[in-house]
Every structure is written in C-alpha cells, then in structure tokens.
Design a protein around this ligand. Structure first.
Ligand code: NAI
Ligand code: 15L
Length: 272
C-alpha cells in the first residue's frame, strides 16, 4: 500500500479523491481549512501551501503527491502567487527530495484563449486566460523542468469542469465526472512511467475539444458523458457573453476583457 499526500483535501475534488483513494492507499491529507470527512486510516494536517518547511515535512516518505490544493478560480495576483505559484514549487521540491511522483490538478484555463472551434492536443500552445490560468501554466512548466532536470515523474491534468453534473452549455464539452476524475488519478498513480505528462481531464462528451492521450497511454477509460444532460438551456454567463462564448475558457476570458476588438482568427502559430 503506497503513501499518498493529498493537498486540497477539504475542497470539492479533494473530498472526492479522499474517499476514492482511501481503499488502496495510505492517505496523508492537508488543507488550509479543516476537512470534515476524513476516511478511516487517513491523517489530516492543517497547513498552508505557502509554508515551505511544513509542506516539505509533509512530503517526507510519500510515494506520490496528488496536488489539488489551490486558489481554484480567478483571484488577485498576490493571492494566486502564494498558494499556486509558491505552493506548487514547494510540492515539486518535496517530490524531488523524496523520489515521489506528482499528480497535479492543472486546468483548462491554462489554455483558455483557444477558440471553441479548435480541437486541441496536449502539446498545444499555452494561452492562459487569467492569473489563475497563468499559475496552472507555470505549474505545468514546473513539471516539465522537474522531469527534465531531476527525473520527478508527473502528470498534469488539464481538468475541464469537474462537478456533480454539467450546469451550462459549455460544460457539455468540458465536463469531467467525479467518477472519471477518480479513475484518471488512479491511472496516473498506477502507471509504470509518466515522465512529464499532460492529460486532459474530460469525460466522454461528444464533440469535446480535447484529445485522448490518457486513454491511449495510461489506460484511462471514461464511464460518463455530459451527453445525458444535452437539454441544458442557455442562460449562464458562459452561454450569453460573446467573449465567453468564443473561447474555451468561457467566463474566465470575459472577466476584465478589454481588447477593443476580438482577436482575429489565428493565422500564424504564436500570433493572434
Ligand atoms: P476547491 O476550491 O473546492 O478546493 C481547493 C482547496 O485548496 C480548498 O479546500 C482550499 O482551502 C485549499 N487551499 C487553497 N489555498 C490553500 C493554501 N494556501 N494552502 C493549503 N490549501 C489551500 O476547488 P476544487 O474544485 O476542489 O479544485 C481542486 C483543484 O482542481 C484545484 O487546484 C483547481 O484549480 C483544480 N481544478 C478544478 C476544476 C473543477 O472543475 N473543479 C477544473 C480545473 C482545475
Ligand atoms: C477551473 O479551473 C475551476 O477550478 C472550476 O471552478 C471551473 O471554473 C472550471 O475550471 C471550468 O472551467 O469550468
């Protein structure tokens, strides 16, 4: 039984993963707020990702770190800096010192300014749509460097929209069910090798914008699809706002958007 350090354990997805991983792994949980549901056998520690010494101590002796703790939506640069930039550096550093692998919760907001009519592969350009999305892009690059330089295996999961069910039209493309999230993380933990992998976290939604490398490389098999919720009517900001409707990142792109005209269709790679 391997020992897993799970950050963000009190959050929505941390609670799902605590429950979903507890039968196969010894869990060390942490969050900056108290987790109310702690599975039998797991230990919980209240801590701040920005506190390097404490995070490094929590990484001692673990086999893998499932890093889901973060400011999980747009916030000021300073807030994002502490939890997401500094915090994720502490996690990768803890992994390096302990020979652990990292499964990191990246986000579609690392690539949010790709248009919705683009089909993307894992190696598409990073086009972050927010300070939050920038922090996820930076963290993916941490994963790149820590593999290339130190051999720290890691999977960065570019999660779409992981909720109990999709709530608007965009999420018919981006939705990841809780069961599929758990299956994907399990596959990352069980894979013989990861190197530095980027995988989309998305269920079997018809017309989804993202490719299928996790299905091909680590045996991820999605059991759910947003298709069952196809009757969702338009109504959210993602559905109504013209900027949000244009880009994959939806409302994160529209938030504070001040270009005088929308970006033209991308004619040349790296421009637009
Ligand atoms: P959440 O906000 O419910 O959970 C994040 C947890 O991180 C919270 O419990 C929070 O207290 C903790 N946290 C924040 N700052 C911290 C700090 N300085 N030190 C320690 N813990 C801290 O978010 P959710 O939905 O559970 O997301 C989990 C992860 O997945 C996040 O990294 C998020 O960015 C990522 N993600 C989530 C998606 C979704 O659709 N739910 C989509 C894409 C990525
Ligand atoms: C995310 O990265 C956020 O953590 C989550 O709250 C949703 O906004 C999700 O992306 C999404 O794009 O739907």
């Amino acid at each position: 039984m391997s020992t897993i350090f799970l950050t963000g354990a009190a959050g929505n997805l941390g609670r799902v993963l605590s429950a979903g991983l507890a039968d196969e792994h010894k869990l060390r949980l942490m969050d900056i707020v108290t987790a109310r549901q702690i599975p039998d056998g797991a230990v919980f520690r209240l801590a701040d990702l920005a506190d390097k010494d404490t995070v490094l101590a929590l990484c001692e002796g673990v086999d893998a770190i499932v890093h889901f703790g973060a400011i999980s939506t747009e916030a000021s640069f300073e807030e994002v800096l502490e939890a997401n930039l500094r915090g994720t550096y502490h996690i990768f550093e803890g992994a390096r010192r302990n020979g652990a692998r990292v499964v990191f919760a990246s986000s579609n907001h690392a690539i949010g300014f790709h248009q919705r009519d683009e089909a993307l592969t894992e190696d598409c350009q990073l086009r972050p749509d927010s300070y939050y999305g920038l922090s996820k892009a930076y963290s993916e690059l941490l994963g790149r460097t820590y593999w290339d330089k130190y051999g720290v295996e890691n999977a960065c999961l570019r999660i779409g929209s992981c909720f109990a069910e999709p709530v608007d039209r965009r999420q018919l493309y981006t939705w990841l069910s809780f069961a599929d999230l758990t299956a994907l993380v399990r596959c990352c933990l069980a894979a013989d090798t990861l190197g530095h992998a980027v995988y989309w976290g998305v269920s079997e939604n018809t017309g989804r914008w993202w490719s299928d490398l996790a299905r091909e490389q680590i045996g991820f098999s999605s059991e759910d699809s947003a298709d069952a919720y196809g009757s969702i009517v338009e109504g959210s900001e993602d559905d109504m706002n013209p900027v949000a409707r244009r880009y994959q990142g939806g409302a994160f792109c529209a938030d504070g958007y001040s270009r005088s005209s929308p970006a033209p269709r991308q004619l040349f790679r790296g421009r637009g």
